[in-house]
Design a protein around this ligand. Sequence first.
Ligand code: NAI
Ligand code: NAD
Ligand code: ISE
Length: 336
Amino acid sequence: MTLRIGVIGTGAIGRDHMRRINQTLSGAKVTAVSDVNIESVRTARADLAPEAEVVGSGEELAASAGVDAVVVTSWGATHEQYVLAAIAAGKPVFCEKPLSTTAAGAGRIVEAETAFGRRLVQVGFMRRYDAGYRMLKAVVENEIGRPLMVHAAHRNPSVPEQYITPMAIQDTLIHEIDVLRWLLDDDYVSAQVISPRRTRHAHARVEDPQIVLLETKSGIRIDVEIFVNCRYGYDIQCQVVGEEGLASLPDPMAVVMRKDAKLQSAIMTDWKDRFIDSYDLELQDFIKAAARGTASGPTAWDGYVAAVSSDACVEAQSQPGSIVPISLPARPALYN
Ligand code: NAI
Ligand code: NAD
Ligand code: ISE
């Protein structure tokens, strides 16, 4: 059986996921597309899925008889409405991060899915599928003793004018919020945000760089540098300090060159390339589970916990230096 997928949001990552569904992965094809920008959806269809139907709205797409499963890749603030529409239609849905830009929105998704009674939602936290993070997790669990501290960095070369201060949390830090919680098997209890000297490369509406300090239930202290106009490349760093040793996320494989009296290796510049294998794996996982009418991988609960933590970080951004507590309700049985 070929799973018929409808894609809502045909921008950068929507197109990349359409390409991988139709050209790289097995078991699915894109049969419907929708976007508020009609030019965007027409171009994406012509280039990547000429047989797909262009549907007027995301809600219509989710309800369409020609769609078995939904991929949501529109802007973060629109995710909730489309995920709820997919759940209402009883269809598996892969939602790019963030599940919702607020905890309240993510909470409504958890409620709808638990009322439905079966997992339908997978959140696009692809780093959990990355070979480097998986190797790091094995070392953290088996080699370096109890983790005490984490030093991490998330650096983008530049961001467009639409990228504003809260997006450093909701769009960017959200990856660390999820992956560090998974890596350490722990939840957060507080957040604090501080701003170092500002880079002259940041546009007026984004504070850059920022340092986010998180504390976990077991007392691990985490510092994450978010620097989205770092210029030099797309660079993800993570170092875990344990009682018996220290472990770092491997850099992506790159040839080391000796030339012109220099020792050098390339640094990536595009997020699409840095985690390309993980995007393939997460979506193949989605296709496999969706063919059985369900979902696997990162859950709506993971998306909700990330949103609660993200809300606290956004609040902390608005009160520089203050420590904002993070607390979670009990986890519903569906996610145990
Ligand atoms: P984009 O701006 O390139 O594309 C978004 C598309 O959604 C646009 O074509 C826009 O017209 C469309 N859209 C916006 N509102 C819509 C609505 N209400 N209904 C239908 N279509 C709508 O953005 P990009 O970079 O592709 O990001 C999209 C999502 O993917 C975001 O949630 C972002 O956080 C996530 N993302 C995830 C990445 C990852 O590493 N997992 C990387 C990049 C983006
Ligand atoms: P984008 O701006 O390139 O594309 C978004 C598209 O969604 C646009 O075409 C826009 O017209 C469309 N859109 C917006 N609102 C819509 C709506 N209500 N209904 C239908 N379409 C709508 O953005 P992007 O970079 O592709 O990011 C999209 C999402 O993917 C974001 O949530 C982002 O966080 C996520 N993302 C994740 C990763 C990752 O590494 N996992 C990387 C990039 C983006
Ligand atoms: C983007 O949406 C992503 O998800 C990328 O992985 C991240 O590095 C970037 O900062 C976000 O804007």
